[in-house]
Design a protein around this ligand. Structure first.
Ligand code: AMP
Length: 250
């Protein structure tokens, strides 16, 4: 893709494929990607009050406070202002509203997935303990050994917060705190909805198609604006010429 790098947010419930699709989208568009969950999992290893707070909240499936999240995202955006693909942010209305004033997405892709499918996918999700690549033992298994990452040979593990007792709480939090953001972005005119049930390539294709269509609509609007300015310019020039001729004849 040779056009300007897009600014995209991926929104959706757990296991809707935000991580996988953000990786594909980042490769396709050339825009760097960030995963708030991955950043927080690094921060939880810090020997600091912030590290301890983050660790405790993630293990319970609770959200990390908005002020910590907003500081992290502001820092990251400062270094990546030319375009981005963001997964896992925002997760509350406050995060959405405060970030809208600082940096606006061109599109928010909402990956729609029912809870029962999300729970099934999470029970089969494994993540590489070294390079953090995601696998699903049913739909996207590692090629050689179900315990070993294809890319780096790291051990595949189940995240603590993917265990059934935590998943239930995470989905509840998602429905109460995160899902309402969808309608807010719709009102802003940037929401694109995608069915996340099909396989990874089909969903990726649908997302890319929607983004390209969105870019075409924007270009068309730009072309229309140019035409309107050109026509106004010509009309003004003709009027000016007529007034000038009129003044010569008077
Ligand atoms: P994820 O890998 O995206 O599922 O995120 C893992 C966990 O990190 C979540 O269950 C939350 O505890 C925390 N987290 C990730 N993103 C956010 C966010 N935007 N706001 C608050 N907490 C978050």
């Amino acid at each position: 893709m040779k056009t300007k790098k897009p600014k995209i947010i991926l929104l959706g419930p757990q296991a809707s494929g935000k991580g996988t699709q953000s990786h594909i989208l980042s490769t396709w568009s050339g825009a760097p990607k960030m995963s708030m969950g991955d950043l927080l999992r690094e921060i939880q290893n810090e020997d600091s009050d912030r590290g301890k707070t983050v660790k405790e909240l993630i293990s319970k499936g609770s959200l990390v406070p908005d002020d910590i999240i907003l500081d992290i995202i502001k820092d990251w955006i400062k270094k990546n202002s030319g375009g981005w693909v963001i997964d896992g942010f925002p997760r509350t209305m406050e995060q959405a509203q405060k970030s809208w004033d600082l940096f606006r997405p061109d599109a928010v892709i909402f990956l729609d997935l029912p809870d029962d499918v999300a729970k099934r996918r999470l029970s089969y999700r494994r993540v590489c303990s070294k390079c953090k690549t995601n696998y699903n033992l049913i739909t996207n298994p590692p090629k050689n050994d179900k315990h070993v990452c294809d890319l780096c040979g790291g051990e595949l593990i189940q995240r603590e917060d993917d265990k059934p007792e935590v998943v239930e709480d995470r989905l509840k939090t998602y429905h109460t705190k995160t899902e309402p953001i969808k309608e807010w972005y719709r009102a802003k005119g940037v929401l694109l909805e995608v069915d996340a049930k099909p396989g990874i390539p089909a969903v990726a294709h649908e997302i890319q198609k929607m983004i390209q269509e969105g870019q075409e609509v924007k270009k068309e609007k730009g072309r229309k604006k140019l035409w309107i300015f050109a026509i106004i310019g010509i009309v003004l020039a003709i009027l000016g010429a007529l007034i000038f001729i009129g003044s010569l004849q008077a």
